[in-house]
Design a protein around this ligand. Structure first.
Ligand code: UDP
Length: 321
C-alpha cells in the first residue's frame, strides 16, 4: 500500500475550502483542514469528521503555522471572501492575505510542499479590458473599501512569485471568478445567496445600481476541477478559472425569480463604491494548459444550489408526522 499524499487546506470549513476537502478525500488524500471559523462553518465538513484520513484544526493562519509530519500540498483558501464580509473584517482580510500567505509559503518551503494560493478576479479591479486575460494588470483602487481584499490578494500573488523565484518554492496561483453552489452562506451578502433568500422569502430582490454590471458565474464543481488540474500541472503563473458565460446582474436577478417560482419584484438600491462594471474571464490558458473548460450550465448549477438553500432549516417545508 502506498502512503497517502497529505494536503493542508486553509479555509477548509468555508464554501470553496470544504468542496476542496471533499475532492481531495475522494482522491484518497490525507486532508488536514484548517479554519478559524470566522466565516467558515463546521456544518460544511462535519460529514468528514468520522474519516481516518481527515483532520480539522481550528486555527488562525495569521499566527505561526505548524503542521506535524510531511506535507505534499498546501492550498491557501482562508479569507473572508464576500464584499460585506471583508468590509466588516478589513484588517483580518488584509492579514490573512498577507501575513497568512507568508506563513504558508514558509511552511511550503520548510516541508518542500507544492502550494496553490487562491487569488481572484478582483485583482483586475474595475477592468478596462474585456474579457480579462491573465496578462492584464488590473485597475484597482488601493484605498477604496474593496481595496482590502483586492490588494491583499495582489500582495499574495507578488509574494508567492517572490518565494517561487527566490526560494524555488513550487507555487501555483489560481484567479477565481464568482463561484456558486451549495454551502454558500445565506447571509454572506453576495448576489446569488441574497437573491435566492429574497426570492424564497417573497421579498423584493435588491439589485444594486441599474443592474447593467456583469458577472460570470462558475459552478463550484467546475471551479474545483480547474483548481485540482492547476495544482497537478507544472505551471507557475496565474491562471483564470471561471465560466466565461457573462450575464448582467438584472438578468441574473430575473433568472433567479424564475427558477424559484417567486412573485418577488426587483427593487433598485445604490451601487456600492468601486463595484466592477464588467467581469468575464478569458480562459484560453486554462483550456490550453489544463485542458479545462466549465461543464455545468448556470441554470443547472442554480437548480442544485436552490435545492441546498431549500433544505436549510429556514426554508425546509415542515411535514406533519
Ligand atoms: N449585488 C446586487 N444585490 C445584492 C448583492 C450584490 O445587485 O444584494 C450586485 C453587486 O453590486 C455586484 C454583483 O451583484 O455588482 C455581484 O456581487 P457579489 O457580491 O456577488 O460579487 P462581486 O461584486 O465580488 O463580484
Amino acid at each position: 500500500m502506498t502512503e497517502r499524499k497529505r494536503v493542508l487546506i486553509t479555509g477548509g470549513a468555508g464554501f470553496l475550502g470544504s468542496h476542496l476537502c471533499d475532492r481531495f478525500i475522494k482522491e484518497d488524500f490525507h486532508v488536514i483542514a484548517m479554519d478559524n471559523l470566522l466565516t467558515g462553518n463546521l456544518d460544511n465538513i462535519s460529514h468528514l469528521f468520522r474519516l481516518p484520513n481527515f483532520e480539522f484544526h481550528n486555527y488562525d493562519v495569521t499566527r505561526f503555522v505548524h503542521v506535524a509530519g510531511k506535507l505534499d500540498y498546501i492550498l491557501h483558501f482562508a479569507s473572508p471572501a464576500s464584499p460585506i464580509d471583508y468590509l466588516k473584517m478589513p484588517i483580518q482580510t488584509m492579514k490573512v492575505g498577507s501575513i497568512g500567505t507568508m506563513h504558508l509559503l514558509g511552511l511550503a518551503k520548510e516541508k518542500e510542499a507544492r502550494i496553490l494560493v487562491a487569488s481572484t478576479s478582483e485583482v483586475y479591479g474595475d477592468p478596462t479590458i474585456h474579457p480579462q486575460t491573465e496578462e492584464y494588470w488590473g485597475n484597482v483602487n488601493p484605498i477604496g473599501p474593496r481595496g482590502v481584499y483586492d490588494e491583499a490578494k495582489r500582495f499574495m500573488e507578488a509574494i508567492t512569485m517572490a518565494y517561487h523565484r527566490f526560494h524555488g518554492v513550487d507555487t501555483r496561483i489560481v484567479r477565481i471568478f464568482n463561484t456558486f453552489g451549495a454551502r454558500m452562506r445565506l447571509d454572506d451578502g453576495r448576489a446569488l445567496p441574497a437573491f435566492m433568500a429574497q426570492a424564497l422569502r417573497g421579498e423584493d430582490i435588491t439589485v444594486f445600481g441599474d443592474g447593467s454590471q456583469t458577472r460570470s458565474f462558475t459552478y463550484v464543481e467546475d471551479e474545483v476541477e480547474g483548481i485540482f488540474r492547476l495544482l497537478m500541472s507544472d505551471y507557475n503563473y496565474p491562471v483564470n478559472i471561471g465560466n466565461p458565460e457573462e450575464i448582467s446582474i438584472k438578468d441574473f436577478a430575473e433568472e433567479i425569480v424564475k427558477i424559484t417560482n417567486s412573485g418577488s419584484k426587483i427593487s433598485y438600491e445604490p451601487l456600492p463604491e468601486d463595484d466592477p462594471k464588467q467581469r468575464k474571464p478569458d480562459i484560453s490558458k486554462a483550456k490550453e494548459i489544463l485542458n479545462w473548460t466549465p461543464k455545468v450550465k448556470r441554470e443547472e448549477g442554480l437548480r442544485i444550489t436552490l435545492e441546498y438553500f431549500m433544505n436549510l432549516p429556514e426554508f425546509k417545508k415542515q411535514t406533519v408526522a
